[in-house]
Design a protein around this ligand. Structure first.
Ligand code: HEC
Ligand code: HEC
Ligand code: HEC
Ligand code: HEC
Ligand code: HEC
Length: 450
């Protein structure tokens, strides 16, 4: 019923709109615009015709069916994060449209009075909701009510990286820059210092490279300055590793035997090429997933000999290599632990670990630090237990082994581990860049005696 009313009012609005586009029917100034629209039945019919350009079984109806199988649609994060002005620019429709339309910068701003930094990449409280729908990416829909309203896409502009507070930019120009739409959201988030122990600014990633053996977190000091960041279960650069790795921009680039370069995909293929390919199973088109869909690899102009899930040179070979490097790097990082438990968190449950099966150990990129709500089985003591924890929770925490001291090179390597694990494809996105980040991190840890 509600939809019918909506449709009726849409027709009225559209009829009205088209009538006014055609200009006044009578002598200028005499006929009221409202009167002309109301009296003109023909215009209403025209509007109906334009609706049909989209509202038919092969266009909107077909795409909407695919979209139900996109995590953009069935995922729950839009509801979970609604209202949060920092999270919603990537999680909800209105916030995304707001940051695009207003060109909100990815910088951090210093508050001169408090001496603290805050993230400028935020929306406003009145535009911090909305599930991701057709209107999120096709922001001109229902503006002229013509079939051409699918264009333009909400943004195709170069993307200043939030992780680097705008100091680095990703710009994927193939296919008219369409991939930048995806990267605007599928990019890593900044690792920030504590705003109580420090100034809340983004971690100085350059120093993680230039001073690898300097202590970043001293476990003898724990939750106090000069430590600037207290490790926790969720010390991470969030879930958008793919944008950075695909573009070959923004990892913590240690020097080593591997040169930082990008694979052909970075300049020749767009996200849409592989993620919106011809439907195969429940993948491709507006499902946006590439899992199990090799149609794009074998498109004319791309790979000439067909790639399948058993191809060695272009699928299992590189993926196994990256998988191995991830495990080798993790083993090095874990060697800082007490010899009993890994310091990097593992989780074999594919319901809770988005990267289950990507490594033999089922890493998820989190740290294995106790937290009563997010990591109740954590193996290491949380250096900053919250006052709100129960007596029992505090006792569980105190009984756990202390989390190790971390040098700059360890934090840098952890970031690279997260980026390369969480790009999901085990190197298919950008084999050369993933390999260089992982291999050179391993070498930098070795050079630091780890
Ligand atoms: C450029 C293509 C296009 C044209 C033209 C178009 N629509 Fe839509 N319309 C859409 C899309 C896409 C959706 C969202 C479908 C979905 O979410 O499954 C939509 C949704 C709707 C809805 C559901 C409510 C909403 O806003 O989500 C109504 C009602 C509607 N359209 C009416 C109309 C009418 C009436 C016309 C003609 C005056 C029209 N549309 C013309 C693309 C179009
Ligand atoms: C407005 C921000 C935004 C844009 C634009 C966007 N995405 Fe997403 N995408 C997300 C979010 C948020 C999720 C996770 C949703 C959830 O879990 O509730 C997601 C999920 C996905 C997933 C599923 C990942 C998984 O864990 O299974 C794929 C694949 C994907 N997006 C691809 C793309 C592609 C390709 C584009 C560009 C055509 C794109 N996205 C554009 C925000 C965005
Ligand atoms: C720069 C964009 C961006 C911002 C800002 C952002 N996220 Fe996300 N987030 C994403 C993307 C993209 C994904 C989905 C990645 C995937 O599955 O491939 C995601 C995934 C998630 C998930 C996992 C959903 C799932 O499917 O399991 C949660 C939870 C989440 N984000 C919470 C938050 C919270 C809380 C904030 C604010 C503190 C936030 N996000 C800010 C981009 C962002
Ligand atoms: C995450 C972003 C995103 C969402 C959400 C999205 N689309 Fe798209 N859509 C795209 C991109 C990108 C393209 C261009 C693909 C290409 O040209 O390869 C596209 C293309 C299209 C086209 C072809 C347009 C043309 O001019 O030929 C149609 C039709 C379409 N989308 C309908 C929809 C409908 C209907 C929905 C909602 C059910 C929807 N889209 C949701 C990103 C999105
Ligand atoms: C050359 C093809 C290719 C290109 C280009 C590409 N991807 Fe992927 N993507 C893949 C493959 C292959 C996987 C891994 C699928 C698997 O292992 O099941 C993947 C996985 C993903 C996933 C998680 C799993 C899923 O549901 O597909 C996300 C999210 C993602 N890619 C986003 C992007 C974004 C954003 C871009 C553009 C910056 C992009 N991809 C460009 C091939 C590609």
């Amino acid at each position: 019923m509600k939809t019918i009313f909506k449709v009726i009012s849409m027709f009225t609005i559209a009829g009205f709109f088209l009538a006014s586009c055609e200009g006044p029917l009578g002598p200028a100034g005499k006929d009221g615009v409202d009167g002309a629209a109301g009296a003109n039945g023909k215009d209403g019919k025209d509007a109906n015709e334009t609706c049909k350009e989209c509202h038919n079984p092969t266009v909107v109806d077909a795409v909407a069916v695919q979209f139900e199988f996109s995590k953009h649609s069935y995922g729950e994060a839009a509801f979970e994060e609604a209202g949060n002005v920092v999270c919603t620019p990537c999680h909800t429709q209105e916030a995304f449209k707001y940051v695009c339309k207003n060109n909100v910068p990815a910088t951090f701003a210093l508050n001169a009075a408090t001496g603290k930094y805050s993230n400028s990449y935020v929306t406003i409280a009145t535009s911090a909701l909305g599930e991701i729908t057709c209107f999120t990416c096709h922001s001109s829909l229902h503006t002229t009510f013509a079939g051409t309203d699918f264009s333009p896409l909400t943004t195709k502009a170069a993307v200043p990286m939030s992780m680097w507070k705008g100091a680095k930019t990703i710009n994927l120009t193939q296919d008219g820059g369409m991939s930048n739409l995806c990267v605007k959201c599928h990019q890593p988030r900044p690792l920030t210092t504590s705003s109580s122990l420090s100034n809340g600014d983004v971690v100085d990633y350059a120093s993680l490279v230039s001073a690898p053996t300097t202590v970043f977190y001293d476990n003898a000091v724990g939750n106090a300055a000069p430590n600037k960041l207290i490790p926790s279960y969720r010390t991470h650069v969030h879930y958008g590793g793919v944008g950075a790795v695909f573009a070959g921009v923004g990892g913590i680039e240690y020097a080593g035997t591997q040169t930082y370069a990008s694979s052909t995909h970075t300049t020749a293929a767009s996200c849409e090429d592989c993620h919106m390919a011809t439907i195969a199973g429940r993948s491709g088109g507006h499902t946006f997933t590439a899992t199990g869909n090799f149609n794009s690899c074998n498109t004319t102009g791309c790979h000439s000999s067909a790639i399948t899930s058993s191809s060695t040179a272009f699928w299992t070979g590189p993926r196994n290599e990256i998988k191995g490097l991830l495990s080798t790097l993790a083993t090095k990082i874990n060697s800082l632990g007490d010899g009993t438990s890994k310091i990097l968190h593992t989780d074999a449950n594919a319901e809770t670990n988005l990267w289950a099966g990507k490594t033999a150990e089922n890493y998820d990129g989190y740290l294995n630090i106790y937290d009563p709500s997010t990591n109740p089985l954590g193996a290491y003591r949380n250096p900053a237990p919250a006052g709100s924890w129960t007596v029992d929770q505090k006792a569980i925490n105190t009984a756990l082994p202390i989390f190790p001291t971390l040098k700059n090179v360890v934090i840098g390597s952890m970031i690279n581990f997260q980026l390369c694990l969480r790009e999901y494809s085990l190197g298919i996105h950008n084999y050369k860049y993933s390999k260089a980040l992982l291999q050179n991190s391993i070498e930098a840890l070795t050079a630091a005696g780890i």
